[in-house]
Design a protein around this ligand. Structure first.
Ligand SMILES: O=C(O)CCC(=O)C(=O)O
Length: 286
C-alpha cells in the first residue's frame, strides 16, 4: 500500500448509498490496459477450467463460476488492495479484515432457443449458513464484495448483476405467486469495463440472463472480518513470500496463530499500523 490509496477514500455519498441501498458503483477503477490484461488472464483461466466443468455437465451456454481464482494467475493479485477500491473497503469494514473468498463468473450469451424458459433469477444473500445459524434481525454485515466488471454491461440484457436496493436489512424476501416473476424493484446494474460494484453480503442479489451477443466477465473479491473462515480454499500461499505486510494480512496470515484471529496484536494486523501511521492514531478505531 502507498500514499495513493488515500486519494480514494469512501465518500459521504458512497457511505450513504451503502447504508441505505446496500451497494454503490464506482466507475473507472481499472484503466483499459489493466482491463485488457485481466481479460487475457480470464480467457486463459476459462480455457483451463471450462472443460473440467463441462465434463461434470456444464453446458457451453451456462455461466462458469470458478471459486478461488486468485492464486491461478498473478495478474489477479493486485486487485486485492487496488488503490482505487481498497480504502473504500477499509472505510466500511475497518482494519480487522481479510480476503475470504474470490470467484470469477463468465456468462456467455444464452441461445435464443432458451429464451423461452424464463425463470425467476436466483435471488440470494451471500455466505450460506451464516444466514441460518445466526439469529438476528437484521442479519450482521460481516463481509462485502467488490465486483470488478471487465466487459460492457451498460445494457440490461447482458447477464447483468441484479440487486434489490435496500433489501440488505430484510432477512426474507416476499415473492409473488408467479414462479417466473422477479420482485418489482429488481434492478440490473449497468457498468462499463473497468467499473466496480461494492455490495453488502446481505443485499439480495442475483445474476441476470444474458440475451445479448456479448459474454459477460466479472471478478468478485470478498472481504470479511478475520475471524470468519474462508469461503473457498484460498490457494494463495505462493504469494506470501513477496507480499508486503498488509497484503500478507489480507491473504490470511496470522503470526499469533488461531488466537490472533479473534484477539489480534499489532503484529497480526499490519493494516492497523499502516492506517495509524498515515491517518494518525486518533483517526483509527481501536
Ligand atoms: O453473476 C452475478 O452477477 C452474480 C454474482 C453473485 O451472485 C455473487 O457474487 O454472489
Amino acid at each position: 500500500m502507498d500514499q495513493s490509496h488515500l486519494d480514494h477514500r469512501l465518500t459521504d455519498e458512497e457511505r450513504k448509498s451503502f447504508d441505505r441501498n446496500g451497494y454503490f458503483v464506482v466507475p473507472n477503477v481499472l484503466d483499459s490496459e489493466t482491463v485488457e490484461s485481466l481479460l487475457d488472464a480470464t480467457d486463459r483461466l476459462e480455457a483451463e477450467e471450462r472443460p473440467k466443468f463441462e465434463a461434470l455437465g456444464l453446458k457451453k451456454h451456462h455461466a462458469l463460476n470458478v471459486l478461488d481464482f486468485m492464486g491461478k494467475d498473478d495478474r489477479f493479485l493486485p486487485l486485492i488492495d487496488w488503490p482505487k477500491t481498497f480504502m473504500k473497503v477499509v472505510d466500511i469494514l475497518g482494519w480487522h479484515i481479510q480476503l475470504y473468498h474470490t470467484h470469477i463468473i463468465i456468462t456467455p450469451p444464452l441461445p435464443e432457443a432458451n429464451w423461452r424458459d424464463k425463470r425467476r433469477l436466483g435471488w440470494h444473500q451471500d455466505s450460506g449458513r451464516i444466514n441460518l445459524d445466526i439469529e438476528s434481525v437484521p442479519r450482521p454485515r460481516i463481509s462485502l464484495k467488490v465486483g470488478f466488471f471487465l466487459t460492457d454491461t451498460s445494457h440490461s440484457d447482458r447477464g447483468n448483476f441484479h440487486v434489490l436496493p435496500g433489501s440488505h436489512l430484510n432477512n426474507d424476501l416476499s415473492m409473488s405467486g408467479d414462479p417466473q416473476a422477479d420482485p418489482p424493484n429488481a434492478s440490473p446494474i449497468c457498468t462499463k469495463p473497468g467499473d466496480a460494484v461494492f455490495f453488502d453480503r446481505r443485499l439480495w442479489h442475483a445474476a441476470g440472463r444474458n440475451t445479448s451477443s456479448v459474454t459477460r466477465k466479472a471478478l468478485f473479491y470478498g472481504y470479511s472480518y478475520r475471524w470468519l473462515k474462508p469461503r473457498d480454499n484460498m490457494t494463495v500461499a505462493h504469494y506470501m513470500a513477496d507480499a508486503d505486510p498488509v497484503r500478507k494480512q489480507l491473504l490470511g496470515a496470522s503470526p499469533n496463530g488461531g488466537f490472533g484471529f479473534t484477539s489480534p496484536t499489532d503484529e497480526d494486523v499490519p493494516l492497523k499500523t499502516w492506517l495509524e501511521e498515515h491517518l494518525g492514531k486518533k483517526a483509527v478505531v481501536p
